[in-house]
Design a protein around this ligand. Structure first.
Ligand SMILES: Nc1ncnc2c1ncn2[C@@H]1O[C@H](COP(=O)(O)OP(=O)(O)OP(=O)(O)O)[C@@H](O)[C@H]1O
Ligand SMILES: [Mg+2]
Length: 243
């Protein structure tokens, strides 16, 4: 269970103080998926960083698996907007970076995930030799290499073309169904939120507050984009964002 209560995040001091997040509450049961959507600069990344243990809230609490989050932990993985690949390391080394840094030698997991992500053939290549979509997939492989129970994603597919985006969204859906981690996705994209979120939280402009929660119970199949339920969720999200 992920339990966020009254999360408030401020930056800076005195006359330079910026309130980014104000009293945000949400809960997520294990293995479920949640999308967070809101205007640019509203505080989405701040929420994700707090969940990842990379910044401490100014107020409120975050609990993952019962205990309060006090710093980064191995079972919580984060995918950033640019995949954060090291140019001098190969696909295989980049995908296994977390394990290699922890002094573990990746045996079983790594090969399977690279295979799932269609990267086996390029595992000896360097990032400069990859397409943008492949780079994002290496970032995904890295995040999954430690078999996390929680996957946090910050606009993982921003600036990809529509088809590549949809293909990787399909991949996320399949991986989530297979590995059953809890998924929290931050996105600007209504369609992406409606495809991947069982529940979607719409945030206000800064400071982020919960404006609406849209339930999306029919998501979960690759052809969901063609359904009426999907169109309804997209419509509800657009309306909530524009309200
Ligand atoms: N380290 C910091 N110091 C001061 N202000 C910050 C800091 N980090 C973020 N902010 C401010 O906090 C607000 C929220 O930032 P955040 O990055 O969480 O927004 P976001 O919703 O992720 O934006 P985007 O959609 O553009 O990615 C912004 O106004 C930003 O300028
Ligand atoms: Mg952001």
């Amino acid at each position: 269970m992920i339990d966020v209560e009254s999360l408030t995040i401020d930056y800076g001091l005195a006359d330079r103080a910026v309130q980014a997040v104000e009293r945000v509450d949400f809960r997520l049961e294990e293995g479920r998926s949640l999308a967070l959507i809101g205007p640019s600069g509203c505080g989405k990344t701040s929420i994700l960083f707090a969940l990842a243990g990379l910044l401490s809230p100014s107020n409120g609490t975050i609990k993952i698996g019962g205990g309060p989050v006090t710093g980064p932990r191995r079972e919580v993985a984060l995918i950033l907007q640019n995949a954060g690949l090291l140019p001098w390391k190969t696909v295989w080394q980049n995908a296994n970076l977390s394990l290699l840094l922890a002094g573990d030698y990746p045996e079983h997991n790594a090969g399977v995930i690279l295979d799932d992500l269609g990267l086996t053939e390029v595992k000896s290549r360097f990032p400069a030799e990859l397409s943008e979509g492949m780079k994002r997939r290496v970032g995904i492989a890295r995040a999954l290499s430690t078999a996390p129970s929680v996957l946090l994603m910050d606009e993982p597919l921003a600036s990809l073309d529509t088809l590549t985006r949809e293909r990787i969204q399909d991949l996320f859906l399949t991986l989530w169904q297979e590995h059953r981690f809890s998924l929290i996705l931050v996105t600007h994209d209504i369609v992406e939120a409606a495809f991947l979120g069982q529940e979607i939280i719409v945030l206000t402009k800064r400071p982020a507050q919960v404006k609406a929660t849209v339930i999306n119970p029919k998501m979960g199949s690759l052809d969901y984009r063609q359904s009426e339920a999907f169109q309804r969720t997209v419509h509800d999200l657009r309306e909530a964002l524009e309200r």
